[in-house]
Write a protein that binds this ligand. Structure first.
Ligand code: AN0
Ligand code: CP
Length: 333
């Protein structure tokens, strides 16, 4: 695996989930793999879990880590080609990406959707530009439209629970929209759907009318507009707010969609998941978040495992490339 930005970068999603489960059982197997390698983590937006779990994962593999909040500490970056840069942006992403590629062996990048123009956001400009100009593997730490590290974590968490609880039947997994006061990106639900499609799960998405995700992600997935009906017999309930795709970036008001104990009682004693951060009693009621079926903290803990699995795969790929080039150098000599 070279880059990690979407399932299309991964040879097999179920095999990657299995590798992540192996990392969870045997976290120190590759403790030296990243010696003398540097990971750069570059953020255009806030983060708690992604930043700390990916740093920890890199340390577990012996890598050193550099971090920077690009929006606060770096130059404002231009992304358009061919423009006269006489405005507020001091540096072009072409140079910025190429320069950080000189210092880092692997680069992680977080760039949230601006939620102003869907066509612009759905291009994932920064990820694409860094892939093109940095010359090193790129890991998405949440792009405008995808959050693959979160989704790998989510699948790892579901599989881990299925093994531990001896759940052999195909699980019913419900992704439910929940209310929020701010316009949030579609990255987490898009990715959750995109990754879950690779697993043998019975997936239902439930949301109010007007909260449809892009069909680029939801094509072929069961959508149920009645939340109570969708929750029936669910084994895993994944809760997340997102803003409208059709009415791009607008907040959708549906206060009855908060996840309460009454709603969870409709499920098959489902485990409750959320990527965090979560607003209590708006998205999920206290009684549910603090209840015995909530696995959100362990889910967040699994971020470290998923990040380590990805870094391992990328480092193995890098090291294989290096030993091949060593070999060709020695052949030339
Ligand atoms: C972000 C989002 O919804 O994409 C990050 C989630 C991991 N959430 C918020 O901004 C609250
Ligand atoms: N779930 C997640 O990505 O959290 P952070 O935004 O805190 O990194």
């Amino acid at each position: 695996m070279k880059h990690f930005t979407a399932p299309s970068d991964v040879p097999s999603v179920p095999e990657l989930v299995q590798k992540a489960l192996d990392v969870k059982r045997n976290p120190r197997r590759y403790a030296q793999l990243g010696n003398n390698k540097t990971l750069g983590l570059f953020f255009f937006n806030p983060s708690l879990r992604t930043r700390l779990s990916t740093q920890k994962a890199a340390q577990n593999l012996g890598m050193s880590v550099m971090m920077m909040n690009f929006n606060k500490e770096g130059w404002q970056l231009e992304t358009e080609a061919g423009v006269i840069m006489d405005g507020g942006k001091a540096e072009h992403v072409k140079e910025a990406a190429a320069v950080v590629g000189q210092y880092c062996d692997v680069i992680g990048l977080r760039t949230f959707a601006k939620l102003e123009n869907a066509a612009e956001d759905y291009k994932e400009t920064f990820i694409q530009q860094f892939k093109q100009h940095a010359g090193v593997p790129i890991i998405s730490l949440e792009s405008e439209i995808r959050h693959p590290l979160q989704s790998l974590t989510d699948l790892l968490t579901i599989e881990d629970y299925r093994i531990r609880k001896n759940h052999t039947q195909k699980p019913k997994v419900v992704l439910t929209w929940a209310p929020h006061v701010k316009a949030l990106p579609q990255a987490v639900p898009n990715s959750f759907v995109e990754w879950t499609k690779h697993m043998d799960y019975d997936l239902t998405i439930t949301h109010p009318q007007g909260a449809e995700l892009s069909t680029e992600f939801t094509e072929g997935v069961n959508i149920e507009y009645d939340q109570n009906k969708a929750l029936q017999e669910a084994d895993f309930v994944y809760v997340k707010n997102w803003s409208s795709f059709a009415n791009y970036g607008k907040v959708i008001e549906a206060p009855d969609w908060t996840i309460t104990a009454e709603k969870m009682a409709l499920t098959n004693q489902a485990y409750l998941m959320h990527c965090l951060p979560v607003r209590r009693n708006l998205v999920i009621a206290d009684e549910v978040l603090d209840g015995s079926q909530s696995i959100v903290i362990e889910q967040a803990g699994n971020r470290e495992t998923a990040a380590q699995a990805i870094l391992q795969e990328i480092l193995l790929h890098l090291n294989a490339g290096e030993s091949l080039s060593d070999l060709s150098e020695s052949l030339i000599i």
